[in-house]
Design a protein around this ligand. Structure first.
Ligand code: NI
Length: 185
């Protein structure tokens, strides 16, 4: 079980590496890693388990965040009035995206960052993605809103990119042309 002590924090070199492509059939270790990532995000959204193990709630977790250089992440998003999204993404990629951008109006956070970093992180408003599941089957999805933002955040982790790399250093709240802010409730 992944606990907070297993999650590496900013400054750790694992967060700045380009993760390795995963091969199929999955090794036992890779399968367990993928399942552990999913279990963390699901557990962290369960108040009881969260309290019991001192987890910080999160909607996504990528393998480099537990010091594993593999192109794997898990997303678990349950928003009111929206279909829940719960995916393990292996060797994920964005195949197309909207011109329109968006950003979380309250800024982004990360389980590997123990401080509030203020500023707008520009993201594509809508993306079409492809990724492989645990069985090595490729799937395709269209994502928008929080799901699209979170997917791009996690995909960045597989490329050694942190969310704050995208924030304008001089004026973090500078308007992003043509972007529609996304309010998280
Ligand atoms: Ni993160």
């Amino acid at each position: 079980m992944i606990l907070m002590e297993h999650i590496v924090r900013e400054g750790h070199p694992a967060l700045r590496k380009v993760a390795e492509v995963v091969t199929f059939p999955l090794s036992e270790a890779d399968r367990k890693l993928a399942e552990d990532l999913m279990n963390y995000v699901q557990n962290s959204q369960n108040e009881l388990i969260c309290d019991q193990y001192g987890l910080r709630p999160g909607i996504g977790l990528a393998a480099p965040q537990v010091d594993k250089s593999k192109k794997i992440f898990a997303l678990h998003i349950t928003e009111e009035n929206r279909e829940p999204l719960s995916i393990i993404a292996i060797n994920p990629k964005i195949v197309s995206h909207s011109v329109e951008k968006t950003y979380l109006s309250a800024g982004e956070g990360c389980l590997s960052v123990d401080r509030d970093v203020e500023g707008y992180v520009p993201r594509y408003a809508r993306i079409t993605i492809k990724a492989f599941d645990l069985e090595g089957k490729e799937y395709k999805k269209r994502l928008k809103g929080l799901a699209a933002i979170a997917f791009q955040h996690e995909l960045d982790h597989l490329n050694g990119v942190m969310f704050y790399d995208h924030i304008d250093k001089k004026s973090p709240f500078k308007e992003i042309p043509g972007a529609i802010p996304f309010e998280r409730d």
